[in-house]
Design a binder for this molecule. Structure first.
Ligand code: AMP
Ligand code: GLY
Length: 428
């Protein structure tokens, strides 16, 4: 099989690693990739945003499958263009990717289909948004409707804070056109959980649930980020809970999209809040999560590629077995650049000479200069995953690996998995 992975972050490194790990003979390519991915795949200097360039590469290279990692090219219609060119691609079409690219679309769909989620209203003007905030009371959540790399959500403790968030988005255009329409949303209380479902549009298969750490700093303080670390499995997520999410969330959502003639094929990421009323949807994403993928795929013992291929065909998953996972625990720690998430500094030299050999060091924002040296090139620089039969050991190993990613001004959390640790210690 000849496979092209589109993207160049930690998630794509984990996907590429898994494909190569399952089958060392796979002819693996990545566009654009990164210096870590270059160890397992041939990298092509075409950015994921250059849709025509990627389609040309996939056509000329006669790839059997193109796996699209990030949300932006999915929302822009890369899978549609690949399909028009007669190429097989893993990921939803632009129409189905609206589940992620328009929080308004996704909220309307959920409310119509009876999927449990927070109540919300949407607004393009300041006065009605302010009125909605006053109606809901605090805490209240203000969200940009469009794509904002996980940063366009403000959880506001006071009316004044919510008013500022509304002004930031609608008057100051802090998230550009992504914030031209906003959602004012009911605050949900509980623990968050991410579950990935592979789907062919009708049938679906669950992956092991994971928990992300969205806040920048230890103790879940500081601004929201794309994610600073993750672990799996999550002991809160029983098989009953996964079945409930399948029935109450995944099935009605897939049905609504089939009925709208935009069936969702690919990976449906359910971001959930485990409330006292049961699991409710915080958000949908239309692709593998980052950094959750860096813990979920290393635990997956079933080969990934046959499942990805099955998801590209109507009814393809119907006869596939359940996905199988190791009973180990996995923890990943993100190492970010100084200034992340607002304005990450780039260009700092990275020294990996102290990296232990019992971890998976996935590259994200790294680049190799003409001098051959590794340098920082993005907000999240690397994510370091460790597996162990014992959760605490996986935590320790992941942190030790992250501490071995040495560069000026690095930022990392040293408490990834703290909730699980407390649960296992029997804390109330
Ligand atoms: P999103 O990009 O929609 O997942 O939001 C980012 C983060 O903001 C989530 O992971 C939650 O931590 C928080 N958040 C979003 N919506 C809500 C909500 N309705 N209630 C509580 N927290 C929320
Ligand atoms: N980890 C959250 C995301 O991938 O959007």
């Amino acid at each position: 099989m000849k496979v092209l992975v589109v993207g160049g972050g930690g998630r794509e490194h984990a996907i590429a690693w898994k494909l190569k790990h399952d089958d060392p003979t796979v002819d693996l390519h990545c566009s654009p990739g990164n210096p870590g991915i270059a160890a397992v795949a041939t990298c092509h200097a075409i950015p994921a945003a250059d849709l025509d360039g990627v389609v040309r590469l996939a056509s000329r290279g006669k790839f059997d499958l193109t796996v699209v990692g990030p949300e932006a090219p999915l929302a822009a219609g890369l899978v549609d263009s690949l399909n028009v060119a007669g190429l097989r691609a893993f990921g939803p079409t632009a129409g189905a990717a609206r589940l992620e690219s328009s929080k308004r679309f996704s909220k309307e769909l959920m409310l119509d289909a009876g999927v449990p989620t927070a109540l919300a209203t949407w607004h393009g003007d300041i006065p009605t948004a302010r009125e909605a905030v006053r109606k809901l009371g605090t805490p209240v959540v203000v969200k940009a409707s469009g794509l904002a790399s996980g940063k366009g959500v403000m959880v506001c403790e006071s009316i004044a804070e919510a008013d500022r968030a509304i002004d930031d988005m609608l008057a100051s255009h802090r998230f550009g056109t992504s914030g031209d329409e906003i959602l004012v949303e009911e605050f949900m209380e509980g623990e968050e959980l991410s579950i990935f479902f592979l789907t062919d549009g009708t049938a679906y298969r669950a992956m092991v649930p994971a928990q992300d750490h969205k806040r920048l700093l230890d103790g879940d303080r500081g601004p929201n980020t794309g994610g600073m670390g993750a672990y799996a499995p999550v002991s809160l997520a029983t098989s009953d809970l996964i079945t409930t999410v399948g029935r109450t969330v995944v099935e009605p959502t897939l049905r609504a999209l089939r009925e709208a003639r935009t069936p969702f094929r690919g990976l449906l990421y359910c971001g959930l809040m485990l409330t006292t009323d049961g699991p409710r949807v915080v958000e949908f994403n239309c692709r593998f999560g980052d950094p959750e993928t860096q813990v979920v795929l290393p635990l997956l013992t079933s080969p990934l590629l046959p499942y990805l291929v099955r998801c590209t065909v109507d009814g393809g998953l119907a006869n596939a077995g359940e996905l199988e996972f190791s009973t180990d625990s996995a923890v990943t720690t993100v190492v970010a650049a100084a200034g992340y998430p607002e304005s990450p500094r780039t260009g700092d030299e990275i020294d990996l000479s102290a990296m232990p050999d019992d971890v998976l060091a996935f590259h994200a924002g790294t680049t190799r200069g003409a001098d051959g040296r590794l340098r920082t090139a993005g907000g999240r620089v690397m994510t370091v995953t460790a597996l162990a039969p014992d959760f605490a050991a996986a935590q320790r190993k992941s942190l030790a690996g992250a501490e071995a990613v040495a560069f000026e001004g690095r930022v990392l959390r040293r408490d990834i998995g703290w909730r699980e640790q407390q649960r296992r210690a029997g804390a109330p």
